[in-house]
Design a protein around this ligand. Structure first.
Ligand code: B12
Ligand code: SF4
Ligand code: SF4
Length: 325
């Protein structure tokens, strides 16, 4: 068993905000995930079904893995928008976080491989067949809120999660404990009623979630849900905006994205909604370069802009909640 002190110092030096370690145990909540898929809550994200057998254990990702190193990177920043401009979820305002986090994790892997002869490592960010939040919770980085986001009691939930699997056995941290109590602000504020409870577990029916509809879903969107999209053009911040754990805490300020990594906040000028609704392929290609919003695709972003314009005319664009802090 290796002490994780130097590893943690290195991760913080690389710019991560929090780091924790857990043993590479089989996925603790695989059955909840299976039931979620059985209900069809994943919609058309078929890759999540394909990933099911791989997600059973981190051994499927890296044979011989002993520890999972979990890290977080804050993305909290001011997110103002103006009428006529697209409204983009805070996480997607800057450079694609997959690249930023993977780059840092690779450097952490290089450090481990140099320190521990024969060590192997595998970085995972979001798209890998592993439960990012479950392992981050085991590693002590937060607990599951009713909105299903991982929440750090002191810092809230405006952070990404990265995992580094390694064959080196590091001393594990204690899992996080915490809970929402009687609060249900996110459930009441969700514009499409996507946060539901099944078998005593709060979960997101992705088919109703604005984030899924504006990013992952291809094709038309049924009118009731399109109305719920309001003025969101890409993603949705509502269930985090209303969360009391995300209220600013002067005694424990969370680092802003600007401080986390300037690359996450590089200025981008987005076309107006009228232009986005008919944006030519070459312009979209240039505009979305290096940004998470590229994932919506040309047809998806045009559709979202059309919905926003329609909602602005019919008055179903929601009033702007407070800025992300
Ligand atoms: C698919 C997906 C989505 C889908 C579905 C979201 C969902 N809630 O399921 C959609 C497209 C809707 C989505 C939206 C967003 N996403 Co997303 N998404 C993912 C992805 C790829 C998989 C999540 C998943 O497996 N969902 C299925 C459900 C069943 O799993 P789960 O919610 O994690 O639930 C687990 C717990 O409920 C637990 N559990 C079950 N029972 C119990 C009981 C107890 C007591 C406990 C403790 C736990 C527990 O077991 C479940 C399975 O592990 C992860 C990355 C990854 N590889 O994990 C990112 C990820 C969850 N997304 C992320 C982000 C940032 C977002 C958005 C905020 C983006 C945005 N602003 O638009 C929104 C948030 C919406 C929301 N409220 O969740 C971050 C979350 C960071 C955080 N602090 O939590 C992740 C971790 C990506 C990353 N690496 O940073 N996402
Ligand atoms: S991201 Fe938006 S639509 Fe999705 S669960 Fe949260 S509040 Fe609801
Ligand atoms: S808004 Fe309330 S219920 Fe929802 S995640 Fe935050 S504390 Fe939990």
């Amino acid at each position: 068993m290796n002490n994780a002190h130097a590893l943690k110092e290195k991760a913080l030096w690389l710019g991560f905000d929090q780091i924790g370690v857990c043993d590479a145990v089989p996925a603790p909540h695989l059955e909840t995930y299976r039931a979620w898929l059985d209900r069809g809550f994943h919609g058309t994200m078929e890759y999540l079904e394909r990933h099911l057998p791989l997600k059973e254990s981190p051994q499927n990702m890296l044979p011989g893995v002993r520890s999972v190193v979990a890290v977080t990177l804050n993305y909290r920043r001011e997110n103002r928008t103006a009428p006529g401009l697209p409204r983009i979820a805070t996480y997607a305002l800057g450079r694609d976080y997959h690249r930023v986090i993977r780059g840092k994790l690779k450097r952490l892997a290089t450090w481990i491989e140099a320190e521990y002869a024969g060590a192997e490592c595998r970085p995972c960010v979001d798209s890998a067949p592993i439960f990012d939040r479950d392992y981050a919770r085991l590693a002590g980085l937060g607990w599951f809120g009713k909105n299903t986001c991982l929440i750090d009691s002191k810092r809230g939930s405006w952070f990404f999660i990265g995992l580094l699997l390694t064959t080196v056995q590091f001393e594990p941290d204690a899992p996080s404990v915490g809970g929402c109590g009687t609060c249900r602000r996110c459930i009441d504020a969700c514009p499409t009623g996507a946060i539901v409870q099944h078998d005593g577990v709060w979960q997101v029916d992705a088919r109703r979630c604005v984030s899924y509809l504006t990013i992952e879903h291809k094709g038309e969107i049924e009118p009731e849900l399109a109305t719920g999209i309001g003025d969101w053009t890409f993603g949705c911040d509502v269930c985090q905006d209303v969360c009391p754990f995300n209220e600013p805490r002067p005694s424990q300020p969370m680092r802003s994205a600007e401080a986390t990594d300037p690359d996450l906040t590089k200025f981008r000028q987005w076309p107006r909604l009228e232009q986005l609704a008919v944006i030519p392929s070459e312009d979209w290609d240039r505009t979305s370069q290096g940004s998470p919003i590229r994932r919506a695709g040309l047809e998806g972003i045009r559709r979202n802009a059309r919905i926003n314009l329609h909602n602005a005319i019919t008055g179903s664009a929601r009033p702007k909640p407070s800025d992300s802090r």
